[in-house]
Design a protein around this ligand. Structure first.
Ligand SMILES: [Zn+2]
Length: 378
């Protein structure tokens, strides 16, 4: 035993950094004496009893900047959507399932004919496929035409831009491609916001191992896996292209969908906001991050209250109240609506009223031109 002591000490020394590292990440659990359940089987019910204050209806009228209702081309659909909006106190939906040309004007006309022109506004879309010399001017001309027809913004520009969209020459269309400069400058001249979704949660670009925070979601949806560097740029490459694009166009009003996918690192988003005063963030589909850091997120919302806009993304009326509850209450440890986004619970941020008003509607009324004003507090 004794004569092996130096060897044992040496071994320990060699293994120590690895052991400490493993320990930091994984406490040494005792092993179950029963077969453990799988990640989908284990659904513990909470025994916690605390005050619960569900919020079925938002405290102030809301603009949903990231609206994805169905196409608003027929009266029955329009009435169904308006009825759901009334329940939730959604005053205006931005149709961010962007459409252009006759698909745009058909919806604008239908909403007007139904008597609901004050409940919907429309963003246009850009055809970014096969960009080559001269494409920028052509896209900008279509943009001008759509804005004349009533569009009040661009978007949602989807994540394909940057991830997969190809140029005419077969190369990946980078976010900061100079051919598109004229498009973003035209948006600036027309005074309309550009609403853009870049990349996806950073974990979607990381290996699908048991330390990936989004393992379950990635296991369910193969088309959300972007870690193959042969096929996709990295998260940081996309962020760098995006930031160069933002830097080139300081007079364009940008709205980053999903808060630029930086809600797990709000400090980084704050630096971005500080660097680019023309950049805003939209909160769709990142509630799971805000609700797990209610105090830090509240401070962030107070500090950047002029830069954050409400948006929901997919149009599921029963999911909006989760947002109202996180923003408006100080409730604790309650369920999120989609367990594959987050296996953790949410907490309320208890935002002050003046911040709520800005996030819910005032910032949208400021940055989107020709917004209907009916229904909003003066
Ligand atoms: Zn969207």
């Amino acid at each position: 035993m004794r004569r092996n002591a130096p060897i044992a000490a040496l071994l320990l020394l060699l293994l120590l950094p690895a052991a400490l590292d493993a320990q930091a990440r994984r406490p040494n659990f005792a092993q179950p004496t029963l077969p453990p359940p799988s990640i989908t089987e284990y659904q513990p019910r909470s025994t916690l009893v605390v005050p619960e204050n569900p919020v079925p209806r938002a405290k102030y009228p809301v603009v949903d900047l990231h609206g994805h209702p169905p196409s608003l081309a027929d009266p029955a659909t329009i009435e169904r959507v308006v009825a759901a909006m009334d329940e939730l106190n959604l005053q205006v939906i931005v149709q961010a399932r962007g459409s252009s040309g006759s698909r745009l004007t058909r919806q604008i006309d239908a909403v007007r004919a139904a008597g609901h022109a004050d409940r919907f506004v429309f963003f246009t879309t850009l055809d970014l496929r096969n960009v080559g010399p001269g494409s920028g001017a052509r896209i900008a001309a279509q943009l001008e035409e759509d804005v004349r027809a009533g569009a009040v913004g661009i978007g949602e520009i989807g994540k394909q831009f940057g991830l997969t969209t190809r140029k005419a020459d077969g190369a990946r269309l980078q976010l900061d491609d100079p051919e598109l400069d004229i498009v973003w400058e035209t948006a600036a001249r027309l005074g309309i916001p550009v609403f853009i979704h870049t990349a996806d949660p950073a974990e979607f670009f990381e290996p699908l191992d048991y330390e990936n925070e989004r393992w379950l979601e990635l296991a369910i949806f193969p088309n959300r896996r972007f870690f193959d560097s042969e096929r996709f740029p990295s998260f940081e490459e996309l962020m760098a292209e995006r930031d160069r694009m933002l830097a080139k166009h300081p007079n364009t009003t940008w709205v980053l969908a999903h808060m630029g996918w930086h809600t797990q690192d709000l400090g980084r988003l704050g630096e971005l906001f500080d660097r680019f005063p023309n950049v805003h963030g939209e909160v769709g589909a990142v509630l799971y991050d805000l609700g797990r850091q209610p105090r830090f997120a509240r401070d962030f919302f107070v500090r950047y209250q002029d830069r954050i806009l409400f948006g929901k993304d997919s149009f599921q009326p029963d999911e909006y109240p989760y947002y109202w509850r996180v923003f408006e209450t100080e409730d604790e440890y309650f369920d999120y609506y989609r367990n594959y986004h987050a296996f953790w619970k949410l907490y309320g941020m208890g935002l002050p009223d003046d911040v709520l008003r800005k996030v819910y509607y005032a910032n949208a009324l400021r940055i989107i031109p020709n917004m209907p004003e009916a229904g909003f507090p003066r």
